[in-house]
Write a protein of this length. Structure first.
Length: 338
């Protein structure tokens, strides 16, 4: 359950007014980049947000005073709130000269799937710009809460927003146009106070690059059916082929270090049909992509000179003259080493 506030007033409970969105007016994408900070010895939560994903860890930014006195706080991600994860505190600005303006990084190993980096805003805030403050409001039982408000004042050192940032908002982002424009660190009567992104970027410099995400894994040229331990080429041959040419194509194929490819039997082809949808939309299982639905098999057909071909787009097989090539393709298979 999540609460949205507007100019400090409770408008309603999200599950009542916008049940499809975990954060009213923002959407799940923003919530996936914000986390609750749980420190030992205190019941008041804090907030942090993800600035980088690297080395199989999430790097979060928070206000240093949120974690001061606890070297091993826990972080609760919205993606898996039932399983808080231990965090290590890095580069905390605990020195008294920072006051409440100090920052700290939290590093969480193996964050749950779905956690995302919140991007940095590339524009400076101005007077009356609309913003959304996000955090885990202490007075709201530590629930994830958003407050829609506007900017009272802003310069290169401080942002003042026109809503009271109660305990729990500290370390939370000030969002503007779906990007982070600042981080809440304190409060004034009926106001909230934040550090702007230029201060955040200066702090992060040399520690972590804001916006870092893992490089996408290169797509493999094959798909493995775990039920049969058969490895399939992800794409069929590009040209029309006869049955003999299809067999030769697979025999000669060398892909991803494997050279023992072969033409599949008709039973093997039938076994990878995904028949969960309407018949006309049927396709192969897994990540196999075909540019035509007809694929040759190595199984002899009804008559001499005929071979079984499988039509994936209709889920049927037909005994076909082996010299027929129009729209016929080769899809290759091999047995894995389990």
């Amino acid at each position: 359950m999540t609460i949205r506030l507007e100019s400090g007033l409770v408008l309603g409970i999200c599950v009542l007014f916008c049940p499809t969105l975990p954060v009213c007016g923002q959407g799940s994408a923003m919530e996936d980049g914000v986390a609750k900070v749980i420190t030992h010895g205190t019941n008041a939560p804090g907030t942090a947000f993800v600035v980088a994903l690297q080395d199989q860890s999430a790097w979060l930014l928070t206000s240093a005073h949120v974690v001061q006195g606890d070297a091993s706080p826990e972080v609760e991600f919205q993606a898996d709130p039932a399983n808080p994860k231990p965090a290590s505190v890095r580069y905390p600005q605990f020195d008294s000269s920072y006051g409440l303006r100090g920052l700290a990084i939290l590093v969480v190993a193996n964050p749950p799937p779905g956690v995302r980096v919140l991007p940095a805003s590339e524009t400076d805030l101005g007077l009356r710009d609309e913003v959304v403050v996000e955090g885990y409001l202490a007075s709201n039982n530590g629930m994830f809460t958003t407050a829609k408000t506007d900017v009272g004042s802003a310069d290169s050192t401080e942002i003042v927003v026109n809503t009271f940032t109660d305990d729990g908002f500290s370390g939370g982002p000030v969002m503007h146009n779906s990007a982070v424009a600042g981080i809440i660190f304190g409060q004034r009567p009926n106001k909230g106070v934040a550090l702007p992104t230029n201060v955040i970027q200066s702090y992060l410099k040399g520690k972590v690059t804001w916006g870092t995400t893992p490089a996408p894994k290169p797509q493999q040229d094959y798909w493995v059916d775990q039920a049969t331990h058969l490895m399939w080429t992800r794409k069929n041959s590009r040209d029309d082929v006869t049955q003999g040419e299809a067999r030769q194509y697979c025999t000669n194929l060398k892909m991803d270090g494997f050279a023992d490819w072969r033409l599949p039997t008709i039973d093997e082809l039938e076994a990878i049909l995904d028949d969960s949808g309407p018949r006309v939309f049927q396709r192969p299982k897994g990540e196999i992509s075909l540019d035509t639905g007809f694929v040759w098999s190595s199984s002899p057909g009804r008559k001499p000179g005929e071979w079984w071909a499988f039509f994936f787009w209709g889920g049927t097989k037909r005994s076909t003259d082996g010299d027929y090539a129009e729209v016929q393709r080769a899809l290759c298979v091999r047995l894995t080493d389990h």
